[in-house]
Design a protein around this ligand. Structure first.
Ligand code: SF4
Length: 74
């Protein structure tokens, strides 16, 4: 089991602790859970927020991982 946990940890987004999207209260809980499940915990390389960060570009607060705008975040 420990090995599985280690493997899973490898796929977690390294930006999780500093990601505004996950920290804000303005993101609907159901959307947050979906993002964590679909991107942060397994496909973070596909997250546009992660990609912009890697490129050293500004990451808009309301940018969703799929390059859409979150309407509940101003
Ligand atoms: S939303 Fe994107 S940048 Fe933020 S923690 Fe999840 S995968 Fe990483």
């Amino acid at each position: 089991m420990a090995k599985e946990g280690g493997v899973l940890a490898m796929y977690k987004c390294p930006l999780g602790e500093q990601c505004f999207l996950l920290a804000t209260d303005d993101l609907l809980m159901v959307l947050r859970k979906t993002i964590v499940k679909m991107y942060c915990n397994r496909n973070y390389e596909k997250c546009i927020r992660y990609q912009l960060f890697l490129q050293g570009r500004k990451v808009p607060k309301n940018l969703l991982p799929n390059d859409r705008e979150c309407l509940t975040i101003e």
